[in-house]
Design a protein around this ligand. Structure first.
Ligand SMILES: Cc1cc2nc3c(=O)[nH]c(=O)nc-3n(C[C@H](O)[C@H](O)[C@H](O)COP(=O)(O)O)c2cc1C
Length: 165
């Protein structure tokens, strides 16, 4: 298959864009992610595809939990900062306030809505692992704004593996 064509087509998939919260002990992280989707209704399962080399991969593997934080579509700058490991300070990640959910994963106070998930299955698929989590808690902070999608930004993710992956 032609790589350029694969990139072109996979980048057209209209993905969501969210922050994945993860934490193990004192270490917390937030990660920009577009590979996020619901996978079952009973139980309610959410799948996230996480790079095997990501800090987030290690933290989810260690803790068995993650949060999905949907973000207002008018504040997409946040996704740039969270595309590298986040800086943790007292009660914040990259300056964005967080609190711990019931699973222990950090949840962003400024998110539009959030899901707190306990990992039920994980599948190493190659470059990425599919973590499948059951929703154990959820919340809405702003029911009026629209949640951000990949198409609200000029950013792209996916396609074929490039150098430095
Ligand atoms: C728009 C965008 C979408 C992304 N989506 C994902 C994703 O779904 N899964 C993933 O593993 N990394 C994704 N990334 C890359 C991570 O945000 C980035 O590699 C991150 O630094 C790795 O996570 P870490 O901080 O846990 O090491 C995306 C990056 C951008 C800019």
């Amino acid at each position: 298959m032609d790589s350029e064509l694969l990139n072109k087509v996979t980048w057209k998939i209209p993905n969501a864009l969210a922050l994945i919260g993860s934490g193990s002990g004192e270490e917390w992280n937030g990660m920009t992610a577009s590979w996020v989707t619901q996978l079952s209704m009973e139980p309610v399962l959410i799948g996230v595809g996480v790079d095997n080399k990501a800090v987030t991969h290690r933290l989810i593997s260690q803790s068995g939990s993650f949060s999905v934080n949907l973000w207002p579509s008018d504040d997409t700058r946040v996704f740039v900062k969270f595309s590298k490991p986040a800086v943790k300070e007292e009660g914040s990640l990259n300056g964005r306030p967080v609190h711990q959910g019931v699973t222990g994963a950090p949840i962003f106070d400024e998110s539009l809505a959030w899901l707190d998930c306990e990992v039920r299955q994980s599948m190493d698929l190659g470059t990425h692992t599919l973590f499948i989590g059951e929703v154990v808690a959820a919340g809405v902070n702003d029911d009026d704004k629209r949640a951000a999608a990949m198409s609200d930004t000029k950013m792209k993710y996916g396609g074929v593996k490039r150098g430095g992956h």
